[in-house]
Design a protein around this ligand. Structure first.
Ligand SMILES: Cc1ncc(COP(=O)(O)O)c(C=O)c1O
Length: 384
């Protein structure tokens, strides 16, 4: 049945009566959402099932086991129908009674601070230069200073600042926090790096690590995840104002029965189930190595073509490269050129708009994809 048959006034045909040719999918080199494989998209079209059924519980158990493997954790991974920002809020509401220190080196670590303020917590912002990484020494200094006036419940840091393409040494940060204040939780936003680089939750002694489905996991947007340590879960029970939807103790009550308190995003979880099979068939080590190789290749291409990199040396992201627009390209025009070839990159974030551009190489991006992108960019540059 056509849209018109269903009374939809939107014309499905060109003025000459012929149907529009389907638009070929854009190859996305933007830092999320990323391209989703056809079989993963297809998994979403299966008929609905009730979520209080054995079939759903089996799906939940599969997703839980796969996500724990990707997180390298024996702990739990909460899965909610939401996005990563919701898990930033969940972490704050469940883990912070009084004070939290937010390390800010870009737009998304800044958002976490806004979330903490919005949740009414005493949130201490430590502003660091954008395009630099958060270093353990900076964390130690800020933590020691704050501890002089009382306990600090948690620190927050973005592992991979998508706005600048900088990855911070979360393992060293966690060790620094533990050495100074073992009761201070280490909470990590891994939204744009999880699945593209190893982030061993247990080995690094992390307390919360959150992510979203639509980045390196290459699943459509709409699922948010958080690995949560036992000690966060036990403290959460004593924290006021946790709300209901993102309440960790409540999520735990259902998780141990392989289900969720509210209606889960069944179609997305099916997509994730298929994507996890694809990830494990590729092999986690191979997947991480592919991401690191593509990042290295992108950085090399940028430098070889007269650009500079925005990220502090030694801390460039494995999943998104921010290139300083040293050649003064018109990024909007470049993207229109790429769009005609069914590709898309990202402009610089916020104040970096026009001054930088971002090439994401996460999820299912391959060397062949980069061949095509770089060839098109070189053609565009040659014609300027
Ligand atoms: C590092 C980082 N944190 C948080 C977010 C917000 O995630 P979401 O859009 O899934 O809420 C993003 C989104 O791009 C991000 O890159």
């Amino acid at each position: 049945m056509s849209l018109q048959d269903r009374g939809n006034p939107v014309a499905e045909r060109q003025p000459n009566g012929l149907p529009h040719a389907p638009k070929p999918p854009q190859k996305l080199f933007i830092p999320g959402p990323t391209d989703v494989l056809p079989e993963v998209l297809e998994a979403q079209t299966a008929p609905m099932i009730g979520h209080r059924t054995d079939e759903f519980e089996a799906l939940f158990a599969k997703v839980q086991a796969g996500m724990k493997q990707l997180y390298f954790t024996q702990s739990r991974v909460y899965v909610v129908a939401a996005t990563g920002s919701a898990m930033q809020e969940a972490a704050i509401r469940n883990a912070v009674r009084g004070r939290v220190i937010n390390f800010i080196n870009g737009a998304f670590s800044q958002r976490w601070h806004q979330v903490a303020v919005g949740c009414g917590k005493e949130a201490i912002a430590v502003d660091l230069p954008w395009c630099t990484a958060v270093k353990p020494e900076q964390v130690a200094e800020a933590l020691q200073k704050a501890l002089k006036t009382g306990p600090v419940d948690a620190i927050t840091v973005a592992h991979n600042e998508t706005s600048t393409g900088v990855a911070s040494p979360v393992d060293e940060i966690a060790a620094a926090v533990r050495a100074i204040s073992p009761e201070t939780f280490v909470m990590v936003d891994a939204v744009s790096s999880f699945g593209g680089t190893p982030l061993p939750f247990d080995e690094w002694g992390l307390d919360v690590m959150l992510t979203s489905s639509q980045k390196a996991l290459a699943v459509p947007p709409g699922l948010a995840f958080a690995a949560v340590s036992d000690r966060v879960l036990s403290r959460a029970k004593t924290v006021e104002g946790r709300g209901w939807y993102l309440d960790f103790p409540n999520l735990e009550k259902y998780l141990i029965r392989n289900t969720t308190p509210a209606t889960p995003a069944i179609s997305l979880m099916r997509a994730l189930g298929v994507q996890l099979d694809i990830i494990f068939a590729e092999g986690m080590e191979n997947r991480f190595a592919r991401h690191h190789h593509l990042a290295e290749r992108t950085r090399r291409w940028a430098i070889d073509h007269g650009f500079n990199l925005m990220a502090e040396e030694g801390y460039a992201s494995p999943t998104v490269t921010t290139v300083e627009n040293t050649l003064n390209l018109d990024i909007g025009d470049l993207n229109r050129y790429l769009e005609a070839k069914n590709m898309e990159i990202s402009d610089g974030y916020g104040d970096y708009k026009g001054k930088a551009f971002r090439i994401a190489h996460m999820g299912e991006v391959t060397d062949a994809d980069l061949d095509r992108l770089f060839a098109a960019m070189e053609q565009y540059m040659a014609a300027q």
